[in-house]
Design a protein around this ligand. Sequence first.
Ligand code: FAD
Ligand code: NAG
Ligand code: NAG
Ligand code: NAG
Ligand code: NAG
Ligand code: NAG
Ligand code: NAG
Ligand code: NAG
Length: 597
Amino acid sequence: MLRWLSLGAVVLGVVSDFSFGKILKTASEMLTHYDFVVVGGGTAGNVIANRLTEDPNIRVLVIEAGGSNEGVQLLEVPFFSQDIYKTKAYFWNYTTTPQVALAGKSFFYARGHVLGGCSSTNGMAYTRGSAEDYDKIANITGDEGWSWDQLQYYIRKHERWSTPTASPMHFDPSAHGFHGMTEVSLSSVPHSIDEIMIKATEGNSEFPFNIDYNSGRPLGFGWQQTTITSNGRRDSSATSYLGPKFIQRSNLHVLLNHRVLRLLPAGSPGAHFNAVEFVEIVDGVVGPQHVITASKEIVLSAGSVGTPAILLHSGIGDSNTLSALGIKPLHHLPSVGQNFTEQPAVAVHWLVNDTNTSEQLRNNSLAAELLDEWENNKPSLLSAPPSTHLGFLRLPDNASVFENTPDPSAGSNTPHIELFISNGALLSPLPPAGNFLGIVAIGLTPVSRGSISLETSNPLDQPLIDPALLVHDFDRWALREALRLARRFVALPAWKDYILEIFGSLATADFDDDSRLDEYIQENAGMALHPVGSASMSPVGARWGVTDPDLKVKGVYGLRVVDASVIPHMPSAHTQAPVYIIAERAADLIKESWGIV
Ligand SMILES: Cc1cc2nc3c(=O)[nH]c(=O)nc-3n(C[C@H](O)[C@H](O)[C@H](O)COP(=O)(O)OP(=O)(O)OC[C@H]3O[C@@H](n4cnc5c(N)ncnc54)[C@H](O)[C@@H]3O)c2cc1C
Ligand SMILES: *[C@@H]1O[C@H](CO)[C@@H](O)[C@H](O)[C@H]1NC(C)=O
Ligand SMILES: *[C@@H]1O[C@H](CO)[C@@H](O)[C@H](O)[C@H]1NC(C)=O
Ligand SMILES: *[C@@H]1O[C@H](CO)[C@@H](O)[C@H](O)[C@H]1NC(C)=O
Ligand SMILES: *[C@@H]1O[C@H](CO)[C@@H](O)[C@H](O)[C@H]1NC(C)=O
Ligand SMILES: *[C@@H]1O[C@H](CO)[C@@H](O)[C@H](O)[C@H]1NC(C)=O
Ligand SMILES: *[C@@H]1O[C@H](CO)[C@@H](O)[C@H](O)[C@H]1NC(C)=O
Ligand SMILES: *[C@@H]1O[C@H](CO)[C@@H](O)[C@H](O)[C@H]1NC(C)=O
């Protein structure tokens, strides 16, 4: 019986290779040209690929540097999202430049290198940011289409809320889409801190409860919403937008394990880009090089690091800098790679009076049992990440820091700080004993601006990645305040029998002492991995920016950018939802340009 089944599957596989759209095995299977070439099969790129191929006459090629996500358990089990880090197999091998505000340390810089991009490797938190964040994008670009109200259609086109209605109503249904593409759900796993979180926040004005932080008004603490399916699987852009229903479209080709080197002009230098030069790279071994043309557009969706790097290697950037590197400048656009913005973050942990935390999984036989349950679609600790609640908080209006720095938030309903609550440690390596409460304090509205630039003219060399973490006084001020807020939060009476003591070097710290907190931050801070802004939108005709509000690269024909790099300011959010929302509208903008329905 089993033999028959597997034989059947093989035969079907062969048939589908010839008659349906597919994952190409080699570049030799490509058509001679496509209508659109999407560079990067990541979070945004797969949205574009899906929407454009809704029209059977439009032929789309996606070129993705990484391999397949198919059947990789590490990428499927939500709890394992923390472990993807340890293998590094599904990330680009990126390191930041030395960070001056963090004692000159360099950091591993995680970016997904697999179909689905970061959506295949991220923490799955689904947060949109505030309505004001989108209204600010509309204001910066002069395009009302980016406002919160006008994006509601695209939010719902993307989201498929999937928490069973029988579950507790820990969300506001009026804020959600139920018929979109990517599943969003509440945790199916109860945690002992759930009740404490409710008790601590109810009626508390400093740490209020918020039934749904995705309503456009995120302030307060709420239940975590994640891009996880109702049966406890990660839902990425690869599993949703390129799911089985879509990947078999005959007009969609996806080429894996091929890295784009640069974009090539059609003729008259710099005016029209219509070709993509790329090379096969499998397990680090560089193979043959190819060129493919796009008769309509190239859509650059290589992410906040990849997109500016490809533009620069193509001669699109600051002409003087490019010439100095030996790259022929084709189009002077000095903002490429500038304004790269990242959120600083630092974790703090407490030892707790409870064994019911994720540290239970130190017990290997329990971990094996739970994996078995997960495989059989039974909810278990592994069906959700260890994070349970997110708190979005504002600095007070009279905070002294505002005497020197204008408020960087998008408005009075927009948080500066996030406290990301975890029922277990987010420490690597995990201490051998003890149970933990973890809080990651995130600076959501950084003022520091970094950059993506090139060190050499070789597109296979990694770009210089400088998130400029905590360089601005405001960002250090906000992160110190975030640590104080975290400590005040767990000091609320609701936590009395639960919290034992603060863990690690803060145990003896005076939290009123700025220099002591700065020291802790210097030793322990990292980042949220939510970069934006490196190929920013700006108004039509602006002297800065990389794309117009319709995401076409300024002054160039045939080239658009659709990914996190176009977002002109940091939303007060984890960035996957903003990227999906922007990509859904971008697909319509592209269709409109070409009369595609
Ligand atoms: C470890 C981690 C955890 C995160 N956690 C969360 C979270 O919990 N919630 C949240 O909202 N956000 C989270 N984020 C951020 C969020 O996932 C990203 O902001 C978002 O997915 C970025 O989408 P994108 O389309 O801009 O880029 P990506 O999804 O990175 O897509 C870019 C794609 O382009 C490919 N590519 C790049 N260069 C080339 C090239 N030269 N040739 C061919 N292909 C190329 C890449 O391999 C990749 O697949 C996390 C990110 C990371 C890395
Ligand atoms: C990663 O990059 C570093 C240099 O930044 C290099 O030394 C190392 O060999 C690379 N590792 C892999 C697996 O490519
Ligand atoms: C942006 O907001 C500012 C301040 O409220 C306002 O003066 C300006 O007209 C707005 N611009 C656009 C294009 O909406
Ligand atoms: C852990 O806590 C949850 C929620 O309170 C509960 O359902 C579960 O039974 C607890 N597990 C153990 C081992 O105590
Ligand atoms: C960075 O962004 C700001 C707007 O937020 C803009 O005024 C400035 O010109 C940008 N800088 C560059 C180099 O693009
Ligand atoms: C480890 O888990 C197994 C399976 O659930 C259980 O039988 C055993 O008692 C646990 N061991 C310890 C030390 O808790
Ligand atoms: C800010 O205002 C609050 C009351 O709203 C007050 O308690 C606090 O002392 C003020 N802080 C500063 C720095 O002025
Ligand atoms: C631990 O929790 C129990 C109740 O579950 C409580 O009786 C005890 O006082 C707590 N211990 C500490 C040190 O808080």
